[in-house]
Design a protein around this ligand. Sequence first.
Ligand code: AMP
Ligand code: ZN
Ligand code: FE
Ligand code: FE
Length: 275
Amino acid sequence: MGFRADLHCHTTCSDGSLSPEEIVALAADLGLQGLSITDHDTIAAYSQAKPIAEKLGVELLSGIELTTNHDGETVHVLGYAFSLDHPSIINICKNHIERRHARAEAILERLKNHGLPIKKESLKRYDTIIGRPHIAMSMVEAGYVKTIEEAFKLYLGDGKPCYVQGNAITTEETIDIIHEANGFAIIAHPHLIKNQQMILRLLELDFDGIEAYYAKFLPNKEEQWVKIGQRKGWLITGGSDFHGAAKPAIPLGASWVGPEIFDTLKTRYLSNQSL
Ligand code: AMP
Ligand code: ZN
Ligand code: FE
Ligand code: FE
């Protein structure tokens, strides 16, 4: 098989179940030549991922999946190729860690008011960022729900009684921050955005690309996003959104990009190293 690079996956630094080392080793085992780790709101995986990627010959590209707020709704924005040392990136990650701590406390308060108390100290299974999946795991452990899925369906999912959005910065500001760090800003998984008006509004923003190849979506579900990307002259990216056991149906490498798009991103990444 030719060159394949998976540009979207999560490690234990956010809500995935494999460590940075394990995910790079899995990529090598699967014959993926390129990888970008896109944890939610953190680049913490890179210090561990870089040495093993070098050792195993997997080309690693900087990446992140940033949580943003667009007109009150949550929108995920992928950033690629920025310098991992850039102060704008380090600063936005720090802000998100703080936002997520405050938001987790607000969610736990709501759960307590629903008769489902969870102690913040019991949320052991997070490394760098706290997300709803960590709270869902503790709810399963406490016996409040049978599965993580059920925790989202009844309590934690968007708009459910214990959901708290938190005050993430806007989509526009986030795109500007990625650009400050000389990275590319990409609309993540448009397939999952149900609000058509939201899609139209996002397409007017200063994005550089769109994630047209995603998870296990079939070509007929990807085509419209490829066409939009082509019309705009944008980068057309793709990746699995692998989370490991946290989302067992989606394997690493389920979606990927070929050498051309990867080289465009990698060339920018390497040029940012010498700044
Ligand atoms: P957060 O970033 O804390 O708002 O959590 C969002 C993450 O929760 C997503 O990226 C998914 O990994 C996970 N998630 C969202 N909905 C569900 C669901 N219904 N079941 C399991 N995990 C989910
Ligand atoms: Zn996630
Ligand atoms: Fe996402
Ligand atoms: Fe993701």
